[in-house]
Design a protein around this ligand. Structure first.
Ligand code: HEC
Ligand code: HEC
Length: 470
């Protein structure tokens, strides 16, 4: 027996190991079958990526990634001034409203209250026209553009590029592919209609907007800053004679506010459960996994087709927007005072707030796809604040095409007024191509009640400020 020192025992061990493996395999299969059933992972997904599916069924991100976050540094002196100005109500005409009044740092830089539109103006009695977006996660927002190829944009006016794009046809957006034809639609820019390109350019808008801070003249703003506590710092940063030119004071103030938004990690914290999950540091509940799958499934939510949820090729964390514009045909919101005039229509890109693309009727009704990060902290949704809950948002996506009578009101003639917030002439711009849209009245809705609840649970993982329970 010595001629085979490891003979018998070894053989036995192999057999034992094999038997063990079979037992384990059977247990694993039984376990896997139950977890797959509960996780919502389909056989197709399992076949396509067994390892990833296995991890997903256990609540782990399929293939954890190393993400590139913006550098975390202490605020520069300019950004610190910007932070003070951001929170300073003295700049406003009423003396009672700062940027933070509408963009509350404690609410992901969105309103703390549940009003569809905010009140502003010199006497704080003028209602706004649109819901206040969050200011978080704008740091990668590209400038506004329209056209077949971004590279061709240089030296081409917006209107020229639009006429070039005019004949292009649009490909359906799918959550699991990078849609072809992505560049044929408007993209980038700030505000719901993309009318500003940079945070600095943007900040002057609300400051002087008569419905918002209504600060009056540059002279007044310069005077407020010069007589406030930051005058010495202002001179130190922008030169001893900065206060001789009121326009320059305003420009530097807007620059400082923009620097604050770019530098402060509060605007791009990336500390949601979802961020931890993508890096392999958090486990999703079964409901969150199911929600993630329904969010990505082209036959159910297809949400990720527009609200991108995969890291970029360079490892940048996803921002849940493709920064493109879409006409969803959100119902009219009678709570907005401007809407008391039946002739008033907020057409997004083609006006009336934005004025340069008024005649480009093919873009009427299109609004920027917002990031969904922190969306579960909002109390109002869509550009007109029409939806009051995520459940209402999901219901809109699910029923708009299959059962429009449950989404839109009836007109005087008793007929359901589809896309009632848009004038009839531009209702054709509403997206009836991209799932979850595109089904016909009477067809089954794309999402089940459970899918919608699961997606909402998933959306809650996008809230910043998550802490590991361990
Ligand atoms: C009265 C409420 C109010 C105040 C005060 C206010 N904003 Fe806004 N803000 C809004 C609304 C409403 C919008 C969306 C407007 C639109 O799309 O036309 C907006 C949009 C923005 C955007 C674009 C966000 C995006 O997603 O594209 C930025 C940036 C911004 N505001 C910064 C500021 C700064 C900086 C200040 C202070 C100087 C400020 N806001 C003060 C209501 C306000
Ligand atoms: C075809 C592109 C597209 C698809 C698909 C899509 N969205 Fe949107 N989403 C948008 C656009 C555009 C808006 C803004 C529309 C408006 O306000 O008029 C929006 C707005 C939202 C908002 C409101 C955010 C806010 O800050 O007010 C939520 C929540 C949302 N989408 C969730 C979803 C979910 C969940 C799905 C999948 C069921 C989904 N979206 C599918 C483009 C899309």
């Amino acid at each position: 027996m010595s001629h085979f020192p490891f003979g018998a025992p070894r053989r036995n061990r192999v057999v034992a190991l094999m038997a063990g493996a079979v037992l384990l395999g059977a247990a694993a299969l039984a376990w896997a079958a139950s977890s797959f059933a509960a996780s919502g992972i389909t056989l197709a997904e399992l076949g396509h990526d067994p390892l990833g599916s296995m991890r997903l069924a256990r609540g782990a991100y399929p293939h954890p990634v190393h993400l590139q976050f913006p550098p975390a540094q202490p605020l520069s002196a300019v950004a610190s001034i910007g932070q003070v100005l951001f929170n300073d109500p003295a700049l406003s005409g009423s003396g009672r409203q700062s940027c933070a009044s509408c963009h509350d740092p404690a609410h992901a830089f969105a309103p703390a209250n549940d009003l569809a539109v905010q009140i502003g103006g010199r006497s704080m009695d003028r209602a706004g026209l649109r819901a206040v977006p969050s200011l978080a996660y704008l740091y990668r927002q590209p400038p506004f553009s329209i056209g077949p190829e971004n590279a061709e944009q240089e030296g081409v006016s917006l209107v020229q590029s639009i006429s070039r794009a005019g004949h292009a046809t649009r490909a359906t957006k799918r959550a699991d592919s990078s849609a072809a034809g992505r560049n044929l639609v408007p993209q980038g820019g700030l505000f719901w209609d993309g009318r500003a390109d940079t945070l600095q350019q943007q900040a002057g808008g609300p400051l002087f907007n008569p419905l918002e801070m209504d600060a009056g003249s540059a002279d007044r703003v310069a005077h407020v800053i010069e007589s406030g506590g930051n005058a010495a710092m202002f001179r130190a940063l922008f030169g001893p004679s900065v206060f001789e030119n009121a326009q320059q004071v305003v420009a530097e103030a807007m620059f400082a506010i923009a620097r604050y938004q770019i530098e402060s990690p509060a605007f791009h914290a990336f500390n949601s459960k979802f961020d931890a999950w993508m890096q392999g540091h958090a486990t999703f509940t079964r409901q969150e996994v199911r929600g993630y799958l329904a969010f990505n499934d082209p036959r159910r939510g297809n949400c990720a087709a527009c609200h991108l949820d995969r890291p970029t090729a360079d490892g940048l964390p996803p921002l849940f927007t493709d920064t493109q514009y879409e006409a969803l045909g959100v119902p009219r919101n009678p709570e907005i005072p401007a809407n008391r005039d039946p002739a008033y229509h907020d057409l997004g890109i083609c006006g009336p707030t934005r004025t340069d693309l008024r005649n480009m009727t093919q873009y009427c009704g299109m609004f920027l796809t917002p990031s969904l990060r922190n969306v579960a902290t909002r109390k109002r949704f869509f550009h007109n604040g029409q939806a009051r809950s995520l459940a209402q948002v999901l219901r809109f996506y699910n029923l708009r095409d299959v059962d429009p009578a449950r989404i839109y009101p009836r007109g005087p003639d008793g007929r359901v007024e589809i896309a009632d917030d848009l004038p009839a002439a531009v209702r054709a711009n509403v997206d009836h191509v991209d799932p979850p849209f595109g089904r016909h009245p009477g067809e089954p809705p794309p999402m089940s009640e459970r899918d919608m609840r699961d997606i909402i649970a998933f959306l809650h993982t996008l809230n910043d400020g998550w802490h590991s329970p361990h």
